[in-house]
Design a protein around this ligand. Structure first.
Ligand SMILES: [Zn+2]
Ligand SMILES: [Zn+2]
Length: 346
């Protein structure tokens, strides 16, 4: 079978490798769609400790497909099931795992990040992931492409649960990529009064307005002044930094309203994460600032269900569909910020 393996920094190869054999507790998945995300870009550009010349790693953690084979001890799942698979798995026995936060386990692993992933014709869902509940049956008319997007969408949902959107809230999202748009879509579903997306790239802002004319956009010109004018001097109830920019975190504190909730969604590049913040903004406006990483299985399944019920559409976030052979070109398009979600389809 064909698999896109990372051998090191900027060294991605389409390899011909044997179709993997499965153990009694494992499931073999035939991939139908897997989406490219910022993690794939970073792993290609910077390399990763799990990928080397002697231990190449198949990337791809936004996963959907058809079950091709189940091990003799697997119950519940059967050959032919259409499924989406959450990538993160924990040890299963620590306090965090037992509380349902398997994605925060200190010894967590992730399909496509530390274990072979979905940029391949087939992948093994290991017993630990099968038993933990990572495999989710795709319901209704949901396509494989939409189901694969339950992964990034549920990262966004994780943050959404932390910042909360009340009916009528003004929600500001800094960063007009696919993640920013997912925040905007959830905010709309939750009844936000105003949804404002800010980005320096005006082409991306135009794309946002094309996806939903209800989304207001603001470019980099006098953004903070314009935002304060737009909100009658109050500022935003919710601010999300959906970009890896320290300046966005600084701006978020200034444009947040009294009692504002801020989520630092985008991590910062290594070496740039010490940021000078005006903490009196936090103090005197009584702000709440949260972080986030990955998603719990509950959040993953909730998002798959939101997609299935048509409560949030993700189809319009898919810009390009490519064959596995063209993965590197597609990752490079994502790296340049071209298109929203670039998918590999089989
Ligand atoms: Zn991702
Ligand atoms: Zn654990």
């Amino acid at each position: 079978m064909k698999a896109a393996q990372l051998f090191g920094k900027e060294d991605l190869r389409i390899s011909d490798i044997p179709k993997p054999a499965i153990g009694a507790g494992d499931v073999l998945l035939q991939i139908k769609a897997s989406a490219i995300c910022g993690t794939d870009v970073r792993m290609l550009k910077n390399g990763h400790k799990a990928a080397s010349e002697s231990t190449p790693l198949t990337l791809g953690h936004e996963i959907s497909g058809v079950i091709a084979e189940v091990g003799s001890a697997v119950r519940v799942y059967k050959k032919g099931d259409r499924v989406a698979v959450a990538p993160n798995l924990g040890c299963g026995v620590c306090d965090l795992c037992v509380s349902g936060n398997t994605h925060m386990c200190r010894s967590s692993e992730a399909l496509g990040v530390t274990i072979a992933g979905a940029f391949a014709e087939y992948m093994v869902i290991p017993e630990a992931a099968v038993r933990q509940g990572n495999i989710c049956i795709i319901g209704g008319n949901t396509s494989f492409e939409e189901a694969a997007l339950a992964e990034p969408f549920s990262c966004v949902y994780n943050a959404f649960e932390l910042y909360g959107v009340n009916p009528g809230d003004c929600v500001v999202i800094i960063g007009a990529g696919p993640i920013g748009l997912m925040h905007a879509k959830l905010a709309k579903m939750a009844g936000a009064g105003k949804i404002i997306i800010n980005d320096l790239n005006t082409d991306r802002l135009a794309e946002c307005r094309a996806i939903d004319p209800a989304f207001k956009t603001m470019d980099g010109n006098n953004f903070e002044e314009n935002l304060m004018k737009e909100t009658g001097g109050k500022g935003a109830d919710v601010v999300i930094t959906a970009c890896p920019a320290p300046s966005a975190q600084q701006a978020a504190l200034r444009i947040a309203a009294v009692f504002g909730r801020i989520n630092f969604f985008g991590g910062l590049p290594q070496g740039k994460s010490e940021v000078a913040l005006d903490t009196n903004e936090i103090h005197y406006k009584q702000l709440t600032i949260t972080g986030m990483t990955r998603q719990s299985l509950r959040q993953y399944r909730t998002c798959l269900s939101l997609i299935e019920q048509g409560l949030v559409s993700v189809k319009d976030l898919i810009s390009t569909r490519s064959a596995l052979e063209d993965l590197e070109a597609a990752i490079n398009r994502s790296a340049r910020g071209e298109g929203l979600k670039n998918m590999i389809v089989f």
